[in-house]
Design a protein around this ligand. Structure first.
Ligand SMILES: [Zn+2]
Length: 402
């Protein structure tokens, strides 16, 4: 967007003018001073709004964090202290550990850390150097969850990727041992030790076209006209396997790991979205169940906006908290008891909806049918067992007569 240029366009900019003499949009009407002023003004606006965002997040999150931080603390012991000073000291230690815990728990939240960095970089951008504003472009990652998956696709299989990289280093080392032993001359002095051999091989495997073989051919002395053009089979195998194993196969493996993870994350995301959009949050029944009942003038949207409107459940819980316990009705005291036992969902109408009574009856009928068929089968088996029993007693009687 903003082209960050230097004062004197005719000259090639040196470090000093690239660093400290910006002109916005390469414009001739702007000077270094006005450009700096624009940067500072925009930077201050940015810093202020970033601070607001941080405040907003802190207001939203810190009460929860404080709740978390104080949850584990034991109740103050009434043990009498003789010295008042130690009491004070203890209290001081307690309060400071609590504050440290709150800070630590806040920093565990990625949102808070990100927006703190946001504010810090905004201040650095306006006070130190505008290049710090580049950090704020990463906001795009937070705006689009799909992009977040791109980062996750690399971060989540980090163990796999790390181990693959270790294996890659080992393979490179083995190649460099071969190089040290047999092809040191081709390295033109860059292979005086196994360490320098390893570094050169590692460095040029991806840099040079055709991996290390391409690099070695590039630095090779021109062959004299009258020389014997004997083919170097050693170098053929060395170059070939280096290229195939280190460049082609290892890259494919890394790409495979990342693409697999990305696909998996995208599938999970899609599944989650489908769940949010096509399932009732309260009863868990899917959209199609309601669509089948469409003839009675009922549909999924009506269901989630009226009958099972999820916020009504929250309102109800808030209402219970507000209401005097002695004035609870039967249902209310039942649910209050559930909530007291940290049981927040078992009283939800799971897989049930009043509007779908037919649906429920259908299910009941089906259950009855299954139970009936089981009973019939058991009767049949019992009859057969009886028959066998009489047969056996008859047989044993006949045997005893012998
Ligand atoms: Zn529902």
């Amino acid at each position: 967007m903003a082209s960050y240029s230097v004062e004197n366009l005719a000259e090639l900019p040196d470090y000093e003018s690239r660093m400290h003499k910006p002109i916005l949009f390469l414009s001739s009407s702007l000077t270094v001073e006005t450009t700096s002023k624009i940067f500072v003004t925009l930077g201050v606006i940015m810093a202020i709004s970033a601070v607001f965002v941080v405040m907003f997040f802190l207001i939203k999150k810190v009460p929860l964090v404080i709740l978390e931080a104080t949850k584990g603390e034991e109740v103050e012991e009434p043990e009498a202290d003789i010295y008042n000073t130690t009491k004070k000291k203890n209290k001081f230690i307690k309060i400071s550990t609590r504050i440290l815990r709150i800070i630590f728990l806040s920093l565990k939240s990625a949102d808070i850390v990100y927006y703190l960095a946001y504010a810090i970089f905004a201040i650095l951008g306006s006070a130190v150097h505008p290049f710090f504003f580049a950090f704020h472009l990463t906001e795009i990652l937070r705006r689009y969850p799909t992009l977040k998956n791109v980062i996750k696709a690399i971060v989540e299989p980090r163990r796999q990727l790390g181990l693959t990289f270790l294996f890659y280093l080992i393979l490179t080392y083995i190649f460099s041992l071969f190089a040290f032993e047999f092809f040191a001359d081709d390295y033109q002095g860059d292979c005086s030790s196994t360490w320098s051999c390893f570094l050169t091989t590692f460095d040029f495997t991806f840099k040079a076209n055709g991996a290390i073989g391409g690099y070695l051919d590039g630095i090779a002395d021109p062959i004299p006209e009258d020389a014997d053009h004997g083919y170097k089979f050693g170098r053929f195998f060395f170059d070939f396997f280096n290229n195939i194993i280190l460049v082609v196969i290892m890259i494919s493996i890394v790409a495979g790991i990342i693409i697999d993870t990305f696909g998996l994350l995208r599938e999970m995301e899609e599944e989650k979205n489908k769940d949010i959009q096509e399932k009732c949050f309260i009863c868990g029944l899917s959209k199609e169940v309601f669509d089948r009942q469409a003839e009675i003038g009922y549909d999924f949207n009506k269901h989630i906006k009226n009958d099972h409107y999820m916020w009504n459940y929250i309102f109800f819980i808030a209402f219970l908290r507000d209401k005097d316990e002695t004035e609870y009705t039967g249902i209310e005291s039942y649910i209050h008891e559930r909530l007291q036992n940290a049981d927040y969902t078992s009283w939800f109408p799971f897989h049930k909806a009043l509007a779908l009574k037919n649906h429920d009856e259908d299910d009941e009928d089906k259950q009855k049918r299954v139970v009936n068929s089981f009973e019939n089968e058991i009767d049949q088996i019992r009859k057969e067992m009886n028959g066998l029993n009489t047969m056996f007693t008859g047989l044993s009687k006949k045997l005893s007569t012998f």
